[in-house]
Design a protein around this ligand. Structure first.
Ligand code: NAD
Ligand code: MG
Length: 337
């Protein structure tokens, strides 16, 4: 494969912050992303108002951080750009409350495409709809910005009645620090579908099932739960850190030749053609909206399956053993500080 990027990467010089100079940005929510976007925008000279419910414990926090706070409706009424950074599952309700404040020329800005892509929020055609999604948790978006650096991110435009949506997204990405690291352009569909697939098949779902199946295989064969936990759960971090730093080859070069040969020959016995077909089925359910429909209905019925699955995960033997063992690893926390 060629070593050229298949897509354009945008940096600071590609973004014109003056596009946001005469706009007020309302940041709805003050959680992981919200607190970071609001503070970075404000530090970049953008006029920011944070929208939070009366009685929200985040109100005091945002004020202490020097930001103006209003209710979501007041903030949206004041703003030209509304950045929706409340949890994805509550966004449709929050949007319903502020919809009347979204006027022609205003911009609705997201950090994830779920609600737009699956039709849970249907903005007026006169409103710009953009995405700026940092590829990292909010505390890093804030911490790297303060160091004069940034985290990479994605931008996307869903609708652009003003003809200015992409410039606004780039300016927003610059103001939160993302163009310092590099921003790539995607679509709401691509961001949403790849994000859901990745977390289901590989990251959150795939990795935990691989760990639990490995753990159970060893324990069922008579090995000690402690050994099984170390080999199949705890050591994952060491391997992932190497891949994060230097790719697959840095990992293979760092483990023993025995581990490399064993891994290269046996890995495919575990994650085989059947696993690949199952991944394709997971992707199909993401693409055709089956997963979204199921998750939306879970949320409308007080999350019965979600609660049951969480409970079972909490009671898994590996979780019980792990809690005991992680106490032994207190030295590690100090070492990595
Ligand atoms: P979060 O759960 O950390 O914070 C949400 C905040 O919204 C809360 O702190 C609270 O201030 C507010 N809130 C909660 N319920 C509310 C309600 N009913 N009405 C009004 N306000 C309410 O959320 P987050 O992880 O920052 O996610 C925000 C958006 O960013 C989502 O679209 C998410 O997909 C996206 N995103 C998150 C990350 C991440 O790493 N956390 C990364 C990229 C994109
Ligand atoms: Mg408005």
């Amino acid at each position: 494969m060629s070593d050229e990027f298949t897509t354009t990467v945008y940096y600071d010089d590609d973004a014109d912050e003056s596009v946001l100079a005469d706009r007020t940005v309302a940041v709805l929510g003050y959680g992981s992303q919200g607190h970071a976007h609001a503070q970075n925008l404000a530090d970049s000279g953008v006029d920011v108002v944070v929208g939070l419910r009366e009685g929200s414990s985040s109100r005091e926090e945002a004020r202490t951080d020097g930001l103006e706070v209003a209710t979501p409706v007041e903030a949206a009424a004041q703003a030209d750009t509304v950045s929706v950074l409340v949890p994805d599952t509550v966004q449709p309700d929050v949007y319903e409350a502020i919809a009347d404040e979204m006027e022609a020329g205003d911009t609705l800005q997201f950090a994830h495409g779920f609600n737009i892509h699956y039709g849970q929020i249907e903005p007026d055609p006169e409103v710009n709809v953009t995405m700026v999604a940092p590829k990292s948790p909010g505390h890093l978006v804030r911490r790297t910005y303060k160091r004069g650096e940034g985290t990479p991110g994605l931008i996307a435009v869903y609708q652009d009645p003003s003809g200015e949506a992409k410039d606004q997204a780039l300016a927003y990405a610059k103001a939160i620090g993302c163009t310092r690291a590099g921003v790539i352009e995607t679509s709401f569909a691509e961001e949403t579908e790849t994000d859901l697939f990745g977390e289901q098949a590989v990251l959150c779902g795939g990795v935990t099932e691989l760990m639990k199946q490995g753990y159970e295989t060893l324990v069922d064969a008579g090995y000690s739960p402690e050994m099984a936990y170390f080999e199949c759960l705890n050591e994952m971090k060491l391997i992932v850190d190497l891949i994060y730093e230097g790719g697959l080859m840095e990992m293979w070069d760092s483990v023993s030749d025995t581990a490399e040969y064993g891994g290269l020959t046996r890995g495919k016995m575990v994650v085989d053609d059947d696993a690949r077909e199952n991944m394709e089925e997971v992707l199909r359910q993401v693409q055709d909206g089956e997963f979204a429909k199921e998750w939306i209905s879970e949320n409308q019925t007080n999350r019965p399956s979600y609660k049951q699955l969480r409970q079972a995960e909490q009671e898994h033997d590996a979780e019980v053993v792990g809690e005991r063992l992680r106490d032994l690893f207190a030295w590690d926390e100090q070492a990595s500080e």
